[in-house]
Design a protein around this ligand. Sequence first.
Ligand SMILES: Cc1ncc(COP(=O)(O)O)c(C=O)c1O
Length: 444
Amino acid sequence: MHAASQYSLITLFKNLVHRGIRISRNHSTLERTTNTKLAMSKQYLGLDVAPADTAFGLMANFAADDHPKKVSLLAGAYRDEQGNPWVLPSVREAKKRLSEATHEYLGIAGSPGFVKLAKELIFGPISSKLQGNAASIQTVSGTGANHVAATFLAKHLRPSQVFIPSPTWINHKSIWQMAGVPIVEYPYYSSSTKEIDMDGMLHSLEQAKPNDVVIVQACAHNPTGVDLSPAQWKQVAELVQRKKLFTVFDSAYQGFATGDVDGDAWAVRHFAEAVLASETHPGFCVAQSFSKNFGLYGERVGALHLVVPQSLSAEGAQSELSLIARAEYSNPPRYGASIVEAVLGDQALRLQWKADLDTMSSRIHRMRNMLRQKLEDETGQDWSHVGKQIGMFSYTGLTAMHVVRLREEYHIYLLPSGRVSICGLNESNIDYVAQAIGQVLRES
Ligand SMILES: Cc1ncc(COP(=O)(O)O)c(C=O)c1O
């Protein structure tokens, strides 16, 4: 081998060793390894390989785990007592009625019938006051609604910052990063009191400038399971009005907090009244998901509603939302929305749906209380926060280290934040989960 190339090979060896790359003595393996590594160091457009999505990565690991006692407490998706996905009886019946459904395109703003019913569900009696003051479109589920809202607001409201709760649903950050708006995380939950950090939240929002955006979750906060009380919502409403901030309500769990769809829309309706009555309010919007409350996770059913003061018209905003939708996906998916429309538009099916919501929320409630009791029996500690939290999740307070041990030693999967999806618990696995948590806590 030529001296120069021998020298460069040695340098390369050293570099690879320095970078922790394993080297085989076999030259052809070395060449292949080297070529791959060199190719990787010249990524297309300089794009690094992003880390896998935490939740979806763990779900894939869970699926590949063949341990007989494995338990997934990961996904915010309802499971029945046997641990299986559940098709709501109201949805099952609506599907039968839709057997001759058309596969034609919907309009850009989606199905007008669906959008009207979606709006009525979230705004209740106020929706009749929203004639010219609300722009509404069907979206690609709650994620799509959040994304269209961010795109619209970044372009037209031009906030200097968006305030998102700490902690929150992981996608809020990604969506607003993509929209190019600087993000400020405001304190939401205090891990010492296991309650809302109201002082921290108000203090942070006081720093916002007019037209800045504030993200809030309408009910059953993901991941903490801790919501603002009506009195606290009123304080926030007063602040955003005084400081002329734009609120984005993310409503992904209507029906899961109080078990009552109207009760769960209280904060949204309170804000809507305030915006309508004001001359100077920059407005607010609701990103509405039907994934959880209809069990239609994969059908991608959602809506976005933007409300402006009574003195203004939302017609221009309506046309701009349609332009964004047209450029991004042309028109939203039809099937899931037609199921929701069939259920909400039929009195008997709507009653059945409310009973279905009750079935889901009461099973979650029962499991939550059982978990609290069993953890207290197991550890002799206070787990009342688990009982008080609401919705699908519990923010247990378990650390990332506890989470790793639960996964590696007991095959129990939860998010690194210690968030547990209560839906994954049932009578057959709850003792195992409580005992494993007790054991991990005793040994740490
Ligand atoms: C707070 C919150 N918002 C929005 C969503 C969006 O859900 P989807 O896009 O499935 O409707 C979720 C889903 O987990 C969520 O937890």
